[in-house]
Design a protein around this ligand. Structure first.
Ligand code: ADP
Length: 616
């Protein structure tokens, strides 16, 4: 699928269906803008019509002013005869004032609409980001799609509307001037409209080039952002200093930005030159027409006032026509970019609820089983799990052991339905977990993965996030923290459970890695789930803290099932049953005693660790 996307993105010319589909993006964008703020949309339409007609008044008032002035001068009348001139000047001023007022009003309305829209669309993007499968975050080409969508989302649909507003305004002006021009000279009208065409062509050609360039540069853009993120993010601050990575990352960032700047500026240069050539043609036509009308004035066919009026109208006509054409070309560009946005919005999660999901169990009665499970990550061709069979009985604590990369975390991810197996099935009391709503199923499981999150929130919130569907109950939160051993560390903080953790926000306090891990464990313990899954739960805990957690562990899980992934045999030993994974397969299984007695892989791993302790 990822490769299909890349192919679609790279295909040089879209086919008819593709073009039609792209056409739909504009319609969708307009509907979206309308749905989000219909009031502002109506306001925009009204302003468009009025703003489109107003520019026509200025040349007319100018003509009347000059003609009136000429008449006054011709008859050498007194100052009282100057009144009609003043009248037209006042009208011209009033029209200019009204245009300025409407312009400001339109600007303000635009700002209101954009801000409301951008926040709302960002919310829509957030909701889609949460809904898509985990695999989208683990695949660079989807990451690109997501990045483009996020960049485009906040501004592009409203840009479409603004462009349509511009096209509308100019089209209204155009209809007005076209009537006047055709009445004056159809030939002049034709010439003026023809010279606006090259400009529009330049716009549309460069719109396509710009789009392709942005598409090609997304990965590089992301790389540059990544270096920026590392140079400025808290997570990297320590290692950046310890390994003195600052200047290396700065150089890399600068190099990438320089490359990006280079290609973008080169395109801008070419676009400017082509635009300038088209513009020169337009100017030549305007001034040619001016010469023509000046000649008419010289012959006395038209008045001086008409000369000024027509000159303004020529400019207005060419300006409005090129704006309409440029607007249409811009819409084409918007449409290309919107395709990215909607490509992301149309992603359908593969891991989703069936039409009629089976109810998630409130109590596991027969157990969980992996039946001949095979799995390959979508971005890779290597089999990560192969014919895995294992079972977790109600109330049983099982441990997964194996070398790095043997597939333990992947197995946990499948168990939590972050992915679905390619072959085989995972059942709960005989029901395939794919028949359940994944959200419901995940509610019955408490999981802490080894790359758990350190939330920049208060201590109590960090624990409550394990069960946000229940009201925050300080008593339950404290109990969970006591069970994981986090309570004493939290109580030592200046504001106890109300202390923000980490240094992101004011009055925040940092915890040690082990203390963070205890907080994460408390998060898992808080939820009243049927299955507790802990991936490397005690890797950062000192031996005493670990002993304490597992002393409580049976009490914590209170007859629930648990899966422990650990390299520490002190943790593994307390499991009821152990599965040893080797290159994605279950190599051995049994109790600690059985496996140790067998003298296989488990016994070797165990002895290697024990020997290290004995030596020291
Ligand atoms: P373990 O938890 O036993 O250390 P994992 O289950 O994390 O092992 O990984 C098993 C194998 O799958 C490894 O070879 C790893 O490189 C690969 N792998 C893990 N996550 C991904 C991923 N998101 N995409 C592709 N391959 C992955």
């Amino acid at each position: 699928m990822a490769r299909d996307d890349e192919r679609a993105a790279d295909s040089p010319k879209p086919g008819i269906t593709e073009t039609l589909k792209q056409g739909l993006h504009l319609g969708r964008a307009i509907r979206l803008v309308w749905a989000i703020s219909p009031g502002w949309a109506i306001m925009n339409i009204v302003l468009v019509v009025v703003q489109g007609l107003l520019p026509l008044l200025a040349p007319y008032f100018m003509k009347r002013t000059i003609d009136a002035l000429q008449a006054v001068i011709a008859v050498h009348a007194g100052l009282a005869a100057f009144r009609p001139v003043l009248f037209w000047v006042v009208l011209a001023a009033a029209a200019a004032l009204l245009a300025a007022l409407l312009g400001s009003l339109a600007g303000l309305a635009g700002q209101y609409q954009s801000m409301i829209f951008s926040d709302k669309v960002t919310d829509i993007v957030h909701s889609q980001s949460v809904a898509v499968d985990l695999e989208y975050y683990e695949n660079p080409s989807y990451y690109d799609t997501m990045q483009r969508a996020q960049v485009e989302a906040a501004s592009r649909p409203i840009g479409v509307v603004n462009r349509l507003v511009g096209i509308g305004r100019n089209a209204v002006s155009l209809v007005g001037v076209a009537g006047l021009l055709l009445a004056f000279s159809p030939l002049v009208a034709l010439v003026l409209f023809c010279v606006a065409l090259p400009g529009a062509l330049v716009q549309s050609v460069y719109a396509r080039r710009q789009y392709r360039l942005e598409l090609e540069q997304t990965e590089k853009d992301r790389q540059a952002s990544y270096y920026h993120f590392m140079l400025t993010g808290t997570w990297f601050a320590k290692e950046l200093r310890l390994f003195n990575l600052g200047s290396l990352f700065r150089t890399r960032f600068q190099t990438l930005r320089q490359q990006l700047r280079g290609v973008r500026l080169a395109l801008s240069r070419r676009r400017t030159i082509a635009g300038l050539l088209a513009q020169s043609l337009t100017s030549a036509a305007i001034f040619g027409s001016l010469a023509f009308i000046a000649y008419q004035a010289y012959k006395g066919t038209v008045t001086l006032g008409s000369l000024v009026m027509y000159y303004s109208i020529f400019q207005l006509a060419v300006g409005a026509f090129s704006s309409v054409l440029a607007g249409v070309a811009g819409l084409y560009e918007d449409n290309l970019f919107l395709a990215n946005f909607y490509k992301f919005m149309d992603l359908k999660p593969k891991v989703r609820a069936p039409a009629n999901p089976a109810p998630a169990p409130t109590k596991i009665s027969r157990g969980i089983e992996f039946q001949d499970v095979h799995f390959t990550y979508p971005s890779d061709s290597r089999k990560v799990l192969e014919a895995v069979n294992l079972s977790i009985a109600p109330g049983q604590v099982i441990a997964l052991v194996g070398a790095n990369g043997s597939g333990k975390t992947t197995l946990v991810k499948l168990l939590c339905r972050l992915y679905d197996p390619d072959l085989g099935r995972i059942t709960i009391d005989g029901t395939d977990i794919r028949c359940l709503d994944p959200v419901e199923w995940r509610r019955t499981v408490s999981v802490i993965l080894q790359d758990y999150v350190q939330y920049g929130m208060t201590a109590w919130e960090n624990i409550w996030l394990g069960d946000v569907e229940s009201e925050p109950d300080r008593g339950r939160i404290t109990r969970a923290a006591e069970l994981s051993g986090a309570d004493s560390a939290i109580r030592r903080l200046p504001q106890g459970y109300d202390t923000p953790l980490g240094y992101q926000f004011k009055r925040g306090r940092e915890l040690s890695i082990g203390e963070w891990q205890k907080v994460a464990l408390a998060r898992a313990f808080l939820r009243d789930s049927e299955l507790v899954v802990l991936d490397e739960p005690t890797s950062s805990l000192d031996p005493l803290a670990e002993a304490e957690v597992f002393e409580h562990f049976r009490r914590v899980i209170q007859g629930r099932s648990a899966v422990l992934v650990s390299h520490r045999f002190s943790t593994v030993k307390m499991a009821d049953y152990i599965y040893v994974l080797d290159h994605g397969r279950v190599a051995e299984s049994g109790t600690h005693r059985e496996l140790f007695a067998r003298g296989g892989l488990y016994a070797r791993l165990y002895s290697a660790q024990a020997a290290r302790y004995q030596e020291t």
